[in-house]
Design a protein around this ligand. Structure first.
Ligand SMILES: [Zn+2]
Length: 364
């Protein structure tokens, strides 16, 4: 259902807010008596969507420690989640002090209803905020554990589904035990896919394991690792298959869609388009197909762009010269996880991922 004049829309899995990094929130008509009012911002009511804290788990590292033993793998993942809960408690204690000293004016303001001009409730429903545990590198975790990436064997793919399901169950258990709502999500991971990969390459204990599964340009990374940590290596985001994977967009959807109902948010399905101008009808058909026949809750079409800073002409693709004025004073734009951003601000790992991405021209 579209809701006119707002940025929210609702589907079977809850609210999707299109102006966010990639989040989907599991509020539904059944779970929230004020759902309709909030969806339409009536009487100043609104959803409070967000977390006190996001903690990302280095999933490949759990596989390095488990050495092929399934039970150990799940035990290490649960251990990482326990550590996340300890961090959440510290954060909440800190935030309680911040709030009681009135040092959070933006989130605690009471915005006026645009229609009536009356002040509504506090902007952020603090008790409604969750604690988010995000996963990174599920593909490299199963790759190390089984010897195959998610797309290479049914066994590897099944292990990824099983691990995510185990973590989902444990997140519910932790929520109950600690009286906090813990959401399992895919971390946006603009930086942490690189940070975890580089940390593991720097570590004597994990270096040899990491070398077997990291994505990107490992040779260059190992040459430069003594001088910088901004290296062109990464783990794959969340539960995705690697960006370079040479499979059809339908095959990619088939591998990734199963994870959407398992996580509480932070998932996104990327369709990186080629340089040619996509046919609008083809895009529409493809989008409807995704919405109707898969469990994908949130997807984005991305076409890379070149903006000329001399004549301000915008062209599709990542170009070396402006096709209108020939200038090389250019800015490249593409999507980093959820947002379109200037590529010049990305770290070396995300720039490498941009090079590695398999782009799709044919959606038919
Ligand atoms: Zn130009």
């Amino acid at each position: 259902m579209d809701v006119s004049e707002t940025h929210n829309f609702s589907n079977a899995m809850g609210i999707v807010t299109g102006n966010c990094c990639a989040y989907q929130f599991a509020a539904t008509f059944e779970s929230d008596a004020d759902f309709d009012e909030k969806l339409r911002f009536r009487g100043g009511k609104h959803f409070s969507m967000g977390s006190w804290q996001v903690v990302s788990l280095n999933c490949p590292r759990a596989a390095y420690l488990a050495r092929g033993d399934d039970d150990l793998l799940f035990e290490y993942l649960r251990g990482l989640m326990d550590t996340a809960v300890d961090i959440f408690k510290v954060k909440r204690e800190w935030m309680n002090q911040v709030i009681s000293n009135r040092r959070m004016p933006f989130a605690t303001q009471r915005p006026k209803d645009p229609q009536t001009g009356e002040r509504g409730t506090v902007a952020v429903d603090l008790e409604g905020l969750v604690y988010t545990i995000g996963v990174v590198g599920v593909n490299e975790m199963v790759q190390f554990h089984t010897g195959s990436q998610m797309h290479q064997s049914k066994e590897a793919w099944k292990l990824a589904v099983r691990a995510m399901t185990e973590m989902e169950i444990y997140a519910k258990d932790l929520s109950r035990r600690h009286g906090m709502t813990i959401a399992l999500a895919r971390t946006p991971a603009e930086t942490v896919v690189q940070r975890f990969a580089v940390s593991d390459l720097l570590s004597e204990e994990f270096r040899d394991c990491a070398k077997r599964v990291v994505k990107g340009d490992l040779d260059t990374a190992m040459k430069r690792i003594q001088t910088t940590r901004d290296l062109p290596v990464y783990y794959t985001n969340g539960t995705h298959v690697p960006p370079s994977l040479d499979v059809s967009i339908y095959e990619r959807a088939k591998l990734e869609h199963i994870f959407f109902p398992i996580v509480d948010g932070g998932n996104i399905f990327h369709i990186f388009l080629g340089e040619s101008s996509p046919d609008p009808e083809g895009l529409m058909d493809f989008a409807m197909n995704l919405a109707k026949t898969t469990q994908i809750g949130y997807f984005a079409f991305t076409r890379d762009m070149t903006v000329c800073l001399s004549c301000f002409c915008v062209s599709p693709g990542l170009l070396e010269d402006c096709p209108r004025c020939g200038s090389d004073h250019l800015e490249h734009l593409s999507r980093v996880t959820g947002y379109l951003q200037s590529v010049s601000g990305w770290n070396e790992a995300k720039k490498q991922e941009l090079k590695d991405r398999n782009r799709y021209s044919d959606l038919g």
